[in-house]
Design a protein around this ligand. Sequence first.
Ligand SMILES: [Cu+2]
Length: 130
Amino acid sequence: METKSASLIHGSQIIKFNNMKKVLFLACLFISTLLNAQSVKTITLTVSGNCEECKERIENAADIKGVKICTWDSKTKVAKITYDASKTSPELIQQAIAAAGHDTPTKKASSESYKKLPNCCRYRDGKCEK
Ligand SMILES: [Cu+2]
């Protein structure tokens, strides 16, 4: 008789434990969603360039894995970049932009990639004449 009631209690504890697991699972899901939202960041970088063609080149170059939006302003030379910090970093983004021939605050474009720019876009030699 005693053992029967003991096992009944034990049974309800298992049910409680299973519910606990569900609650914990949902809590983890919720927390990871929150953390994910926190990993999305926006930075502004000064990127050298001249014209609308540069704009297209810079924005395309910055479109690497983890980058959500990049907009570059040809007047202010400022790129506004929204990215997922769990997938990429400002360092990687600047590397990609520099590889396309445009200087960023921490990465300078190599002379090889700079030379690939059309004449109009060669910001080191002056402004676009268009
Ligand atoms: Cu240009």
